[in-house]
Design a protein around this ligand. Structure first.
Ligand SMILES: O=c1ccn([C@@H]2O[C@H](COP(=O)(O)O)[C@@H](O)[C@H]2O)c(=O)[nH]1
Length: 240
């Protein structure tokens, strides 16, 4: 894989709380990563301005708000997310088939093909079998992920957010065109932090990830731009 293909796979998690920080990372990382993720911290702090700021810098946005509510509420939130011009947006697959179908239909009927790709979060990369057991889910994590990925696909979602550990099983169940976006990615030089189900970047891409979400390994590095370059090299050098 060449460096440009590797770079486009990286989504930088903009886990910050102000527009000045967006400006700083956009200046450091534009041309070094493929997309910027606006998540709960940044959106709660800055709202739509966060998305508009990334777009103004020429970046593309993954709006990671992981909606989980009654079908009507999620559908309306997804339509508003789509109106902001983001490339990817998501909800929680655990919200169920009716919630996902209602949201997917609402976005498709309002925006047609000119819409964000819709992703369903399966099981968070910070969760383990014990996490599931304590909320009453006795199935193994990988079985739950595949079950939720299938349900998401049947409900009209374009792809899932999942740990890289389950990429193979999801590909087998959902086919080559279903998007797989994987957080829980840790290059050799980075700390694991609170992530539990992790993999190295090149391994995740080789396993079939379409995009890798990477935050702290880049943000916490003394030189974030150099860290992004190292990850690109790791992917380009390690993937056929
Ligand atoms: O299962 C999930 C879903 C979303 N995330 C988000 O991805 C980034 C990961 O950041 P790191 O600093 O690279 O750990 C973060 O914004 C999460 O909210 C996830 O980690 N796992």
């Amino acid at each position: 894989m060449n460096s440009d293909e590797a770079r486009k796979k990286i989504i930088f998690a903009l886990d910050v709380n102000g527009v000045a920080e967006i400006d700083r990372y956009a200046a450091l990382l534009s041309g070094k990563v493929g997309m910027f993720k606006v998540g709960k911290e940044l959106f709660t702090a800055c709202g739509r301005e966060a998305v508009q700021t990334v777009l103004r810098h020429g970046g593309e946005v993954f709006l990671d708000l992981k909606y989980h509510d009654i079908p009507n509420t999620v559908a309306k939130a997804m339509v508003e997310a789509s109106r902001m011009g983001v490339r990817l947006a998501n909800l929680h697959a655990l919200g169920g088939a009716e919630m996902m179908e209602t949201a997917a239909n609402a976005v498709r009927s309002e925006f047609g093909d000119d819409r964000p790709r819709l992703l369903a979060v399966t099981i968070l990369t910070s969760s383990t079998a014990e996490t599931l057991r304590r909320v009453g889910i006795e199935h193994p994590v990988d079985q739950m992920v595949v079950r939720l990925a299938r349900l998401a696909q049947e409900s009209g979602m374009d792809g899932v957010v999942a740990s890289p550990l389950e990429i193979g099983l999801i590909r087998e169940a959902c086919g080559p065109d279903f998007l797989i976006v994987t957080p829980g990615v840790r290059p050799s030089f980075a700390a694991v932090d609170d992530q539990k189900r992790i993999m190295a970047p090149a391994e995740a891409v080789t396993a079939g990830a379409d995009y890798l979400v990477i935050g702290r390994p880049i943000a916490k590095a003394s030189d974030p731009a150099a860290a992004a370059d190292l990850i690109v090299e790791e992917i380009a050098g390690g993937c056929p």
